[in-house]
Design a protein around this ligand. Structure first.
Ligand code: ARG
Length: 465
């Protein structure tokens, strides 16, 4: 079956499109999501056309009333958009308005192309999403800070290579993630800064012979500036790529965190417990308590990376200026923002509910050689060169391992023999990974008082964002 009748661009064609071509070409199935932006953009455009004398005040009022009515209708039910056989949201809005009010509707598209129109819609959408996602990140950081404050004194193993390394506090660990999410916010703010350009006026690619007032449209829509080059305005999607890149980093951070939640909630670690609200069971094994939510977030990270790769690949072959490939931007952007949004939301709830097994964490510190570096540093204070101190304590670790004891249990005799001229009975005090935390005075240290200081400063920073 072939169809062409009713298309807004049908004028120059005598033949009909294949039905499959129509279906393949159409974006209405997904770009209908842009309807509120498309309509808002059209209202501003029409106001400008009126101001510039291209549409009468009377027609302008009719158009704007119809656009606003359509916006209200669509906000509760947008099924009509799928019924008219429309190619995309831009055609749909123009066609519906023209159907309803007649000739004035035919003036809406004056001096405008779908190319600059879709660029505008996407920029407005991305700007809104930047705001929403920043708020999600702020909510997450605020939960993390509250938890860090609560757990400032909870000592736990810090790892490198998933081997017990040195003692830290759980609060300090949580603050590390707050730092990452603060940077995520600043990356998204950056995206918004560069997205904040109004592309209307570019037309299809080369602007218009009509005297349009692009600055006025930008002002009506709340944009800081107007795009500076018509070719760039219609063909560029680097702000979408930047958003997907920033969201890929957000997801990478969430995924790391989830990886640890999965490990730590296991019976082997049992450092934390994920609440019932965020755990699931097994259909076969009655005892199971699975951290599905954390695993799914880890898994969904791949989708967002995929969206970024898809978008980068779409754009790499785009000859100037607009090409239809660019229509592929939408599903990637929509999928990535939706995925990041739901993941941030559910993750925040899950983390808020996590309970900590302080005793288990403490014991993991006690039953370890995580005091080794501190002991080496004790010898450094006694004048021992660090490399030599490292060697001495390494020897003691080997000895203790053989004897099946910890450093604090080593006999005075063995200690004296190993330390030689640097021996001092006070070294026993250094065999205490937990106690040594209080000797870590720098601002970035895991010591409880530093955790509290970080939280205090971070809360202020958050409030001022
Ligand atoms: N649906 C199109 C898109 O999303 C709108 C622009 C179409 N422009 C064109 N010249 N066919 O990119």
């Amino acid at each position: 079956m072939k169809t062409n009748s009713g298309k807004l661009w049908a004028g120059r064609f005598s033949g009909e499109n294949e039905k499959l071509t129509d279906e393949f070409d159409a974006s209405i199935g997904f770009d209908k999501r842009l309807a509120p932006y498309d309509i808002e953009g059209s209202v501003a455009h029409v106001k400008m056309l009126c101001k510039q004398g291209f549409i009468s005040a009377e027609d302008t009022e009719k158009i704007i009333t119809a656009l606003e009515q359509l916006r209200n209708e669509l906000s509760s039910d947008d099924s009509m958009l799928m019924k008219g056989g429309y190619e995309d949201i831009h055609m749909a809005v123009e066609a519906i308005i023209t159907d309803r009010i007649g000739e004035p509707g035919q003036r809406i598209h004056t001096g405008r192309s779908r190319n600059d129109q879709v660029a505008l819609d996407m920029r407005m959408f991305v700007l809104d999403q930047c705001g929403i996602l920043q708020n999600r990140l702020k909510a997450l950081i605020s939960v993390l800070l509250a938890k860090a404050e609560e757990n400032a004194d909870v000592v736990m193993p810090g790892f490198t290579h998933v081997q017990k390394a040195q003692a830290v506090t759980y609060g300090h660990y949580l603050n590390a993630y707050s730092e990452m999410f603060f940077r995520d916010i600043s990356r998204i703010q950056d995206v918004a800064k560069r997205t904040d350009e109004m592309p209307l006026g570019a037309g299809a690619l080369a602007a218009s012979t009509l005297e349009l007032d692009d600055d006025y449209v930008a002002e009506l829509l709340g944009f800081k500036a107007v795009s500076k080059n018509s070719l760039d305005a219609v063909s560029d999607r680097d702000y979408c790529i930047e958003l997907l890149s920033a969201l890929s980093i957000v997801m990478m951070h969430l995924s790391r965190f989830c990886e640890e939640i999965v490990w730590w909630a296991s019976e082997e670690f049992a450092y934390i417990k994920v609440s019932d609200g965020y755990s699931t069971g097994s259909s076969m094994m009655p005892q199971k308590r699975n951290p599905d939510v954390a695993e799914l977030i880890r898994g969904k990270t791949g989708r967002v990376y995929g969206d970024l790769m898809a978008m980068l690949t779409v754009m790499k072959g785009i000859p100037m200026s607009y090409d239809k490939d660019i229509q592929e931007d939408k599903e990637s952007v929509f999928d990535a923002v939706d995925t990041a949004d739901i993941c941030l939301t559910i993750f925040t709830g899950m983390v808020k509910d996590i309970s900590v097994n302080e005793e288990k964490m403490n014991r993991a510190v006690e039953e370890s050689f995580m005091d080794s570096t501190d002991a080496a540093e004790y010898l450094v204070r006694k004048g021992c060169p660090f490399r030599h101190a490292h060697f001495i304590i390494g020897g003691l670790v080997g000895l203790a391992e053989k004897q099946g004891i910890w450093l604090r249990d080593i006999s005075e005799e063995d200690l004296k023999a190993a330390c030689g001229e640097y021996y001092d009975p006070g070294i026993r005090e250094a065999f205490n990974a937990t106690g040594n935390l209080k000797n870590k005075h720098s601002a970035l240290s895991p010591a409880p008082e530093k955790v509290r200081a970080y939280v205090k400063a971070a809360k202020e920073k958050l409030a001022n964002l």
